[in-house]
Design a protein around this ligand. Structure first.
Ligand code: SF4
Length: 355
């Protein structure tokens, strides 16, 4: 007797003809945060194989950040048994941030374009590995700009993924997707969560034994007001943004002297190190002499006026800020140039500070 027809243990084969108990293969957009982890677990619970994609960008979504868009995906993947692939979106992401087709959210966050880009990459990967559908940890109504029904539908239309993106946390309040309609995924075992509350997610995390997850504050720098102001200024004054330019936005106080000139001053040791690491050959380095001083970059033409202004700003953040004058040295070729300036005061900084 052929038990495959009656034994539920082998029933998945009727969908995929794959070995073992897998009923299907989902590609997950996986930040490592709570919601995307739960979306994966809800699939694993239904014997769906999951390959998770963790995207990285130059805007905070990298593994060095303990945040909802940049936490380390590996511990959860190892604990629960699914694969993770890292993908850096590099220039493609910089392009959508510079010119988003669907605009920005509250700050410089182009969330709709971002979702379109990530889902397009996931779609390409899904086709490459012959997976069946995509899942995300999106919750209807959780984020006002991107996680509302019309924006979710817009993203599906733009990516050509209608019916193939399952949001397990909100599935019951959304239209059924292809894997639900085919019976590959049991819709009844999915969730119907909406809004910003986290009660049900925390309950599910406990149920699954998911312990170490980051809090929901976004790690995306594009939602940060100060960072967004610096980025807006950079885009407005730079023809071709480099990755070093972007990395420098994450360090120090920034001042715009004129369209071609900017000054960046380290706020602490970490900033100083980062500034030195991302300094480019055409940047001029300033430091006060004989006093505790931040590292400063003058980005732009080293005219006498610019050097004096950059030196005054540097002096303002030294241990000698209350002295009438401070010596500041600027590295220029082999010989340092030394200027003596009075430290800038608030009235000097106000018109040039990018906050
Ligand atoms: S906050 Fe918006 S732009 Fe930033 S990673 Fe999330 S969806 Fe993308």
């Amino acid at each position: 007797m052929d038990t495959r027809l009656t034994n539920p243990a082998v029933e998945p084969k009727q969908f995929y003809n794959k070995e073992g108990r897998k009923r299907g293969h989902a590609i997950a957009l996986f930040s490592g945060g709570l919601d995307s982890a739960l979306a994966v677990l809800l699939m694993l619970r239904q014997d769906i194989e999951v390959t998770a994609l963790t995207f990285m960008t130059h805007f905070g979504c990298d593994l060095g950040d303990r945040s909802s868009c940049g936490s380390n995906p590996y511990p959860t993947a190892e604990k629960f048994g699914f694969n993770v692939k890292l993908m850096h979106l590099g220039q493609k992401f910089v392009d959508i941030v510079s010119k988003p087709k669907f605009g920005y959210g509250a700050h410089m966050n182009p969330c709709v374009d971002c979702r379109i880009l990530m889902l397009t990459e996931a779609k390409n990967f899904m086709e490459l590995v012959s997976a069946d559908f995509i899942i995300t940890g999106e919750v209807l109504g959780q984020r006002p700009f991107s996680q509302v029904k019309d924006k979710m539908n817009l993203v599906l239309k733009e990516t050509g993924l209608s019916g193939r993106v399952l949001r397990p946390l909100s599935a019951k309040v959304l239209a059924p997707t292809a894997p639900e309609l085919s019976g590959m995924v049991d819709r009844e075992k999915l969730e119907g969560i909406t809004g910003r509350g986290r009660h049900r997610q925390i309950e599910l995390a406990r149920e699954f034994g998911l312990e170490d997850y980051p809090n929901p504050a976004s790690g995306c720098l594009l939602t940060d007001e100060g960072y967004s102001n610096r980025l807006r200024d950079l885009i407005a004054h730079t023809d071709r943004i480099t990755f070093d330019d972007l990395n420098l936005l994450r360090a120090g106080r920034h001042f715009r002297l004129d369209a071609a000139t900017k000054v960046i001053v380290g706020r602490n040791e970490d900033d100083n190190k980062r500034i030195m690491a991302y300094r480019q050959p055409h940047h001029h380095l300033l430091e006060a002499v004989d006093v505790s001083s931040p590292v400063t970059l003058l980005v732009g033409p080293a005219t006498q006026d610019n050097i004096l202004k950059a030196a005054m700003i540097t002096a303002r953040y030294t241990s000698a800020r209350n002295r009438p004058s401070v010596k500041v040295s600027m590295q220029s070729g082999e010989t340092p140039v030394i200027v003596e300036v009075s430290p800038a005061v608030d009235a000097d900084l106000e018109p040039v500070a990018i906050r």
